[in-house]
Every structure is written in C-alpha cells, then in structure tokens.
Design a protein around this ligand. Structure first.
Ligand SMILES: [Zn+2]
Length: 120
C-alpha cells in the first residue's frame, strides 16, 4: 500500500504548506485541515445521505470503514482515508469527488508559491 502512504504524505504536505503560508488565517494545522476539507466533507456526507453505499461503490470498502470510524469514534480526520484512497487509486469513480480533491490539492500550490498548476 505504498501509494496510499505516499498519498497521505502528499496531503499532509499540502496542509502544512497551506498553514505555513496562511498563519494569520488559521489557528493550527488541525484548523487548516478542517477548513480545507470542509467542502469535500459536505459533499461526501450529502452523497452518503442519498446512497448509503456511496463510498463502497465509488472509492473503496476501506474508505467507507475508515470514514464511519473517524466520524463516529475519532470525531476528527474524517476525510483522511477517503482522500488517500482516492489519490492512491488515481481517482474514484465519482468525477465530482475527484474534482473536489484535485481542487483541494491545488489550493496549497496557489497559496504557497503563487502559481496554479495546470488543471488536467
Ligand atoms: Zn491511510
């Protein structure tokens, strides 16, 4: 599962970079992550309310189990595994989810370096 671990690192680097570039806007790394994840989290929870098996069908069983666990037990890092799984698989079967994750990953580049990567 090395791709999965690399995906976590890529995401963590993004959060860290965004935090460093916007310290006046964010209280902490955790706050940065929550802010960056908020649209994505809203979208995923909407999809699940429409279709209970949304994550299993579009991302993976692991993503679904991790999401439920994070939401009900950990009550934080809710998007972590969904993001890592989607990146590691080079996209889920939901185009809109892929778009939101790509947008989130590009966000840090705008903030840290002042340029946008070409969207593919
Ligand atoms: Zn993971």
């Amino acid at each position: 599962m090395i791709q999965h671990e690399l995906a976590h690192k890529k995401y963590f680097d993004l959060v860290e970079r965004s935090y460093q570039a916007n310290k006046s806007r964010y209280d902490s790394i955790e706050d940065t992550k929550n802010t960056l994840d908020s649209n994505l989290e809203k979208y995923v929870s909407q999809q699940i309310s429409l279709d209970r098996s949304y994550l299993v069908e579009n991302v993976s069983i692991y993503a679904e189990k991790s999401y439920e666990y994070a939401k009900t037990v950990l009550k934080k890092n809710i998007m972590n595994e969904i993001i890592a799984e989607t990146i590691a698989r080079k996209g889920s079967s939901d185009v809109q989810l892929n778009k939101l994750i790509r947008k989130e990953l590009n966000y840090g580049r705008y903030d840290a370096n002042g340029y946008s990567s070409s969207s593919d």
